[in-house]
Design a protein. Structure first.
Lengths: 355, 397
């Protein structure tokens, strides 16, 4: 029995962390937030094999497991890295492989880091107001909100029946409009489909669910990384900052805030590990675990993001320290692919507790 | 990542399941856990290695090598079958491991067997009115007079003192030494003249705790564990262990399953409680936390089995998070039942034999006992996160 990361996984994470320490520091993230792109970061991650993680070896990938994707997501969250990882490296390969269709060329391009796939699931998660995606004979009509990766080459779209379609970003019937959010570390768009010819990937709801589950676990892992980083920053700040002739970290009022963050966050790490492992190995537990992990991480991160900011006092509120980028990343992760209340409702339905 | 315990453990689990199927009817079900049935059950469990598993045979135990997977399997299967796991109490859980670690051969031979068989009940004399979270400030005095210690002072929160045969007790034997180095760990008979026990009724209505007063209590000199002045190390040899086992995730899982059943069966305005979206969301929130704590416990277990693995803070946070979680879980059951949740003692509307209110309050006690949540936060921040200690204040003199 061994519940933890393997030596290979620790090596993978060390490599990714080292690359991101050098190539995705806060100053680099600020450039993206101010309108720059993430192409060089993604190219560097591609050299490390990150887009190829979940692509089978037969299609030029590495053929690793959801847990491997989750620990990379954690690292990206810790570094608040702008990247198309979630859609391109996690959800799209899962959809393409699970569909059973022949997507060899696209998978090879994904693995090489030369094709980015965005995700437009708002229709099938929770449809807000006038968003609506309808497929008629593999032609799409309607609108998706908050599709992620504004620079994608194609989009994986879920329609009202949870069927999955691929749409090239350059299709003349597709309009892509930038949607500004508080989270400047990633960009979302509104997609309008005006009779767009789409390639049907899957009409099996089970495929949609697998893609959703792994997406949620990856977001939870990203949240874990971001929240842990905020806690680490808060602890470091509390050790350095002196008031009343002593480090503020020696005051119980401050150290107890840090202990509460640590105590809530520590089990989250085990939860993300288990959820990642379950996706590959424990199908009967995987779905409920994915829901609970997504929702629980959202709640803990909300507490950590607020508390870590408070530990920093006034500086935590400034752009100078930049803690707000992590705060907002946690906030965006909370809403993406299902807010906690809806996800917990799904957990209840999956257990047959309610209709 | 490998969550299987391997085929030999599947066989072991099978043995436990078979044992339970054949013998569960002999187990005591609540009520007096110190009667003959409880002792007979304890004997049967020891013979089969389901309790006192690693205590050597020469002292009355089963004598197995430590195997935390087997211990876990036993706990899991007994919990699943809701069968009594044998005698508990501070003699078995605290004193016996302490003696095994620090006691003399004579002490082990004399005390361990009757303790684990239920013939010798112990209480723990640690806390004092002036020494709670700051336990090392204790002042109960022990002065050597010839071949006897003479003890004067007062203990508080002495669980089961009113029924205990013996006490293991921390006393100040070296008043001139620094506070952690002036303590000794003594064992003595509760029938010794000069001991007075006054019950302390707690908020659950039970009087499990006591105040215990010592007036010129004379204790033979050799009834000490470890050396003079070493009592703090003797007591701490196993204190950390106690904290980790106060609120196991296993039990939280059993309780949330019971709460789900309750919410499926109880109705309000004709609708099942579980169909109320507000209650259901609160239930799911707590279920998510229980899940996180279960996986945290897997990590603790794994770090014990694989010495190279870093447990992070997973062990340090279990007392704080586990007790708070149980208090919340039991409290939710009360909330969803409304006025029925208030039912207590002989109320005919009682649900779960009154366990929801009882455990709700009991876990508030555990949030405070065994190192308060605030002390846990000091430990997590100082030892876990490396934050600076609170400055010490010099005593004004």
């Amino acid at each position: 029995m061994q519940f933890g990361l393997s030596e290979e996984q620790i090596l993978l994470i060390d490599n990714v962390n080292r690359f991101l320490d050098d190539n995705s520091p806060l100053d680099r993230v600020r450039l993206y937030a101010d309108g720059g792109d993430d192409a060089d970061i993604w190219a560097g991650l591609a050299e490390l094999g990150v887009p190829a993680l979940l692509v089978p070896e037969a299609q030029g990938g590495i053929g690793l497991n959801p847990l491997d994707a989750a620990i990379v997501a954690e690292s990206l969250g810790a570094h608040i890295t702008p990247s198309p990882f979630l859609g391109t490296a996690v959800m799209a390969p899962t959809a393409l492989v699970a569909s059973g269709g022949n997507h060899d060329d696209l998978l090879a391009e994904i693995a090489a880091g030369t094709h980015r796939v965005g995700i437009a699931f708002s229709e099938a998660i929770k449809r807000r107001n006038d968003a609506r995606v309808e497929a008629r004979d593999s032609r799409l009509f309607g609108k998706s909100l908050f599709a992620f990766d504004a620079d994608a080459d194609s989009y994986l779209v879920a329609d009202q029946n949870k069927h999955l379609y691929l749409v090239p970003a350059q299709d003349p019937g597709l309009t892509r409009t930038h949607l500004t959010t508080v989270d400047k570390t990633r960009r979302t768009v509104e997609l309008t489909y005006n009779d767009v010819a789409a390639q049907c990937v899957s009409t099996d709801v089970g495929v949609f669910e697998r893609v959703l589950d792994i997406g949620r676990v990856a977001i939870a892992a990203d949240t874990l990384g971001a929240a842990q980083n905020m806690l680490d920053q808060a602890v470091e700040y509390a050790k350095q900052r002196e008031q009343f002739n002593r480090p503020i970290g020696s005051f119980q009022a401050v150290k107890h805030m840090c202990a509460e963050m640590a105590a809530q966050l520590e089990p989250c790490r085990s939860m993300v590990w288990f959820a990642g492992h379950a996706l590959a190995e424990l199908p009967e537990e995987a779905r409920v675990t994915a829901c609970h992990t997504k929702a629980h991480l959202a709640e803990v991160a909300q507490f950590v993001a607020k508390t870590a900011t408070e530990v920093h006092g006034g500086m935590g509120f400034t752009d100078l320290v930049g803690l707000h980028y992590w705060f907002k990343r946690c906030g965006a992760n909370r809403q993406w692919l299902g807010a906690p209340e809806f996800v917990r409702q799904e957990a209840a339905v999956l257990q047959g507790l309610t209709d | 990542m490998d969550l299987s315990f391997g085929p030999e453990y599947d066989d072991f689990r099978g043995e436990v399941v078979t044992f339970l199927a054949n013998n569960a009817d002999k187990a005591p079900k609540g009520g007096d856990l110190r009667g003959q049935q409880a002792k007979d059950w304890q004997k049967l469990l020891i013979e089969n290695g389901y309790t006192c598993r690693t205590i050597p045979k020469e002292f009355g135990g089963y004598g197995a090598e430590p195997d935390i997977i087997k211990t876990r399997i036993i706990a899991e299967e007994f919990s699943k079958a809701r069968v009594n796991t044998g005698l508990g109490g501070q003699g078995i859980s605290m004193l016996v491991p302490t003696l095994l670690e620090m006691g003399t051969q004579e002490q082990k031979e004399h005390f361990i067997r009757p303790t684990i068989m239920g013939d010798m009940i112990w209480c723990q004399g640690y806390s004092e009115p002036g020494a709670g979270s700051d336990l090392a400030a204790l002042s109960t005095a022990a002065v050597l007079d010839g071949d006897e210690w003479v003890i004067n002072g007062q203990k508080i929160w002495t669980s089961t003192a009113h029924i205990a045969d013996w006490i293991f007790c921390l006393v100040r034997s070296e008043p001139e030494a620094p506070k952690h180095k002036g303590i000794s760990f003594l064992l003595f008979d509760m029938k010794t003249p000069g001991i007075e026990v006054r019950p302390l009724v707690d908020m659950t209505g039970n009087a499990n705790f006591n105040e215990t007063f010592f007036t010129d209590v004379r204790v033979p000199k050799h009834q000490i564990v470890g050396e003079r002045g070493q009592g703090w190390q003797v007591a701490n040899a196993i204190l950390g262990h106690e904290r980790e086992t106060l609120a196991p995730a296993n039990t939280a899982q059993t309780r949330i399953n019971a709460l789900i059943e309750l919410m499926k069966n109880e109705t309000v305005d004709g609708a099942r409680l579980i169909d109320n979206p507000v209650y259901r969301d609160r239930l799911m929130k707590i279920q998510g936390k229980v899940m996180a704590m279960r996986f945290n416990e897997l990590r603790v277990l794994s770090a014990r089995l694989n010495p190279g693995q870093d447990p992070g803070l997973s062990r340090m946070i279990t007392k704080l998070e586990g007790t708070e979680l149980r208090h919340d879980l039991e409290g939710l059951a009360i909330d969803v039942m409304g006025e029925i949740g208030l039912a207590y003692e002989d109320n005919p509307h009682l649900r779960g034999a009154g366990s929801w209110q009882r455990e709700y309050m009991y876990f508030l006690g555990l949030i405070i006992g065994g190192g308060t949540s605030q002390i846990q936060k000091n430990i997590i921040s100082e030892r876990g996160l490396g934050m600076p200690r609170e400055p010490k204040f010099e005593k004004a003199s």
